[in-house]
Write a protein of this length. Structure first.
Length: 251
């Protein structure tokens, strides 16, 4: 891929993340001030489509990134980021409150994660297979999951949550780094319309934990990786909790 095509692909992904709508050449030319004509942009977008990075949902529509396009973005174009200091401090305070109040951490952690990520959040222990979720409506309200077929697939993911968590855990065996699965790369059933950021880790108690974010392919990958990594630090201390965040955030 040429440098110009990389810039165009990155811009299309940014726009699609924000709007969930196909992106046209005229919008790119107007908003990103490319020193290119709309015709040249269309030609480059067509080349990206021929190479499998974009697709056109219907004639005269703009383009949408494919799984391959998102994968290229994640592997080659995505910049690492950290949660802001303010967010980190706020999370530390909330976790300390939960510990001090001796509340049920799995349930309250799910609520905290849901609030932070605008997501469906689930938390629990791998060993006990006892999971709690919060924010289902946030997930179902996203345009990608508005059809009956999508809702049924998401329901299957939730119905087989414990089994899926075990599959994820085995998939990540020997790897404690955050990993991204896109579309059909997903190791869990019925999640081919989603993307996932997942990581496992070990608690100080010896129990093993799992963190994951599942959401639209247009999720904010870099931010979600930073969320996963920070929660690994928090939960890897004295909190005997494993959390799975099913995210609906944009890239």
């Amino acid at each position: 891929m040429t440098e110009r095509q990389e810039i165009i692909l990155g811009s299309i992904i940014k726009e699609y993340v924000d709007s969930a709508m196909p992106v046209g050449s005229s919008l790119l030319a107007e908003k990103y001030y490319f020193d290119l004509s709309s015709a040249t942009l269309r030609a480059e977008m067509m080349a990206l489509e021929e190479d499998g990075y974009l697709y056109q949902p219907h004639t005269s529509a703009g383009r949408i990134p494919t799984d391959k396009g998102f994968r290229y973005f994640v592997d080659e174009l995505m910049e690492e980021r950290q949660l802001g200091i303010r967010e980190q401090k706020a999370l530390q305070v909330e976790v300390l409150k939960l510990k001090a109040q001796n509340k049920m951490l799995a349930r309250t952690t799910a609520k905290l994660l849901s609030s932070m990520s605008d997501s469906l959040a689930i938390s629990g222990l791998i060993e006990s297979e006892d999971f709690y979720k919060s924010g289902t409506q946030k997930l179902l309200s996203k345009p990608e999951f508005g059809s009956l077929d999508s809702i049924c697939k998401l329901a299957e993911v939730l119905d087989y949550l414990d089994e899926n968590a075990d599959d994820l855990f085995r998939k990540m065996e020997g790897n404690n780094e955050a990993e991204i699965f896109i579309g059909q790369e997903n190791p869990i059933r019925f999640a081919d319309e989603c993307s996932m950021v997942v990581s496992r880790y070990n608690l100080k108690t010896g129990e093993e934990g799992l963190l994951a974010i599942i959401g639209p392919k247009r999720m904010k990958y870099s931010r979600n990786v930073s969320i996963i990594n920070y929660f690994k630090k928090l939960l890897g201390g004295n909190l005997v909790v494993v959390s799975v965040i099913i995210s609906v955030q944009n890239i």
